[in-house]
Ligand binder design. Sequence first.
Ligand SMILES: Cc1cc2nc3c(=O)[nH]c(=O)nc-3n(C[C@H](O)[C@H](O)[C@H](O)COP(=O)(O)OP(=O)(O)OC[C@H]3O[C@@H](n4cnc5c(N)ncnc54)[C@H](O)[C@@H]3O)c2cc1C
Length: 393
Amino acid sequence: MKNKYDVIIVGAGPGGSITAKTAASGGLDVLLIEKRQEIGDPVRCAEGVGKDALKKHIEPDNKWIASEIKGSKIFSPDGTEIKMSEDASSGMKVGYVLERKVFDRVLAQEAAMAGAEVMVKTRATGLLRSNGKVTGIKAMYMGETHNINADIVIGADGIESKVGRWGGIDTALKPNDIETGAQFLVSNIEPGDYNQFYLGDNYAPGGYLWVFPKGKHMANVGLGILGSKSGNVRAISRLHRFLETYMPKGKIVEMVVGGVPVSGPIKQTVADGLILVGDAARQSDPLTGGGITNAMDAGKMAAEVCIKANEKGDYSVKTLKEYEDKWRSTIGKELSKSLQVKNLLVKLNDEQLNQLAHSLDGIDTSKMELPSLLFALFKKNPKILWELKTLFV
Ligand SMILES: Cc1cc2nc3c(=O)[nH]c(=O)nc-3n(C[C@H](O)[C@H](O)[C@H](O)COP(=O)(O)OP(=O)(O)OC[C@H]3O[C@@H](n4cnc5c(N)ncnc54)[C@H](O)[C@@H]3O)c2cc1C
């Protein structure tokens, strides 16, 4: 560890590692720190990603792909099925189910190969500041606190991000802005090769229950419940109930809990000498909860702006704002649309969700992308979906 870098990245998730790899490839002196002793473990993710979104960053490799998925099946509360093909349902993060324990590590390894220094079991505990600007981090390593300087600090420290808050950025999430997730890795089942989504109060109020196959005999079975709708029944109890009903022979071999930010874009993601990326910047999709590839996209954009800032020798918010503008005009637009859809869907009751599913009777949804599916639903159910009209004009 040196006492000065061009860029320090806090958090070696997909967002942090892509930032580190891109910045190091651009010739910057980069430090990537991770508080856990093993990058990628424990996994707090259902591990579903769209193929094209992923391929922008890394060539698919069987060592970190657990399953290739044919498409998705969405079940309304009364069990009515809407089937979408893989090409059509990439917006639902369908394509691959990853083995994130390996995937996250490979990304960090790529960052290291590009020249970044990687330190595990190293926790950021605060920021260094000078004249109101962020100038580095305080980090705890082997029981000792180190002050490490940097021109730019990147907070890629996930949903529990503290870096933003330390830097004076409001990243607070209200109960309505968080999906509480719980997931079992279930073996001794035959999950097929479609990602399955179950809607309705019985499964996951204000969210959905998912089954994402991992190989022929295992699946991530989890659910996300909107913080404000979690009620008295715990997410874990709901999951057990689902298993008893649909997978009675299933054996739980792993369990994770975690939150997903579903707030949509927050107001500010840069400050003098500071950039937030991925879940730390609340860039996960409010509708699906998917955030892996958004974090990677944002990480690349952030690193590219760091390279420019380094050339100019200017790390002020004025220069770093280019990142903010870039991600808002791309990822941000999609997040806003998803937020609009999510805000409406969480208000619908089971009867209305069933009505939507029934209205697609006789319509071939298998080739539709998510926006065309929504449009088909809107045309058939304008009253229920009227709030979404601005999406279609
Ligand atoms: C139950 C569940 C299911 C999900 N399913 C999907 C899915 O199927 N598809 C999808 O695309 N997304 C899914 N997500 C969301 C996805 O996991 C995140 O959006 C994604 O991991 C965000 O990447 P990131 O790099 O921003 O943050 P993270 O992957 O969370 O990485 C942040 C890293 O920062 C480290 N860190 C935190 N604080 C510090 C510190 N002070 N010092 C050093 N290191 C620190 C953490 O240990 C962590 O490794 C799911 C999330 C949950 C909870």
